[in-house]
Design a protein around this ligand. Sequence first.
Ligand code: UTP
Length: 469
Amino acid sequence: MPDIESLRLAFAQHGQSHVFAFWDQLDEQGRAALAGQLSKIDFDDLALLRRTLDGALAGASGSAAGTAAPMAPAPVAVLEGKALADATARGEAELRAGRVAALVVAGGQGSRLGFDGPKGCFPVGPVTDAPLFFFHARKLLALETRFGRPVPFYIMTSETNDAATRACFRENGFFGLDEKNVFFFVQGMWPALSPEGRIILDGRDHVFFGPDGHGGTLSALRRSGALADMEARGISSVFYFQVDNPMVEVADPAFVGYHVATGSDYSVKVCAKRDPNEGLGVVVERGGRTEIVEYTEFTDEQKNERGADGELRYKYGSVAIHVFSVPFLAREAAAGLPLHVAHKKVPHVDASGRVVKPSSPNAYKFEKFIFDALRDAKKSVCVAFDREAEFSPVKNAEGSDSPATCRADLSRKWARWLAAAGVALETDAKGYPARRIEIDPAFAADPETLKAKLAGVALPAAGDILLKA
Ligand code: UTP
């Protein structure tokens, strides 16, 4: 156990002696647990959290955005014809040379979904209930088969879900991937603070810690050795995505190729917003830099502004599908990102040591956002994508962006692929098939492969359609 008297002194000097309030009531195990947590708290980090909180409470912006400067939408490339063919060929060459990796951020708490386990293990396959991780991993397997080189898979977890995430991969035989090409790394955690800047105990022997946000990816990549691993493998482009969208075209050659051909540090896939109020961040140019502005920063007037063509001026939103160049990731990991403060409900103990679950926000949590790095990119590009083909996340337990909408969207996507392969299925007016469909990406990861695989094959005339490798 660390030296308790030094710990006590250090916490007292930093105005945090309350963390020892229940020390005398704890048994050996409880004392060891608390002391272990306390000894990991870095007082420089704590001072930064307190300064950030003071600034936020005094009314300063939680982000470093130069909000006063006028802004304009960043240009968006719509890849078609020769431009698409060129970008695709370039991306395929990168994949063939083994210079592309994939990175999924899977450290979130998934509180809206309310699933007991890592979100990546959530069953989403319309027919088999295969987990989200299955679809991501099998796409990488398909790329490896097609291009003859593995696409190393970096998976960011949190302390809360790391063990369960690793177990999910082990139990599923790494979904067919070679274990040595899968790299788990754990994101950082920060304490939450009371309005007075005090660390919060959520048990007599336990400090509340929350994940440091998807922006924690950068420092975690560096700390864990994942970045060094990428460099050692000769990776130059990293395809970044979120765990909750099984429709994502992982390491899509055209996007990767366009990123490389334009010499971009940070590339962003964007799609047309569903409506002016959809809560997606927008890529803008402001004060001489490109940045992603959260929808909360837009006025109603800006959200609804239209150009001469009748289209929304800020038509496109980001759904956190990016490609980063590895030297840029290394620079950003060393530089660090700004902190954002959020007022949240954080469980805590009362004076008697009883755990209280507050019904309204009582504390401040701190997070970093990956897209803050965009401001530092010397070169960045935006590429448009079709959301019906590539985006349907599992965010909520019910309603929009839920398991039900995601499964239906997956079936619809595959119904389109089947139609292109000559298998016409009955669909409703919006293209949703009456039958459930599931295609293992390792069987076919694109419509052309599916067509080739189905030549001369008769599918069952009724019931579910399941195509497995
Ligand atoms: P969300 O913002 O949707 O959060 O994360 P979430 O944790 O999945 O769900 P809610 O908001 O609690 O309901 C978007 C992506 O960023 C990852 C998530 O795992 C998801 O892939 N993420 C988020 C992290 O990896 N770490 C974090 O600290 C936050």
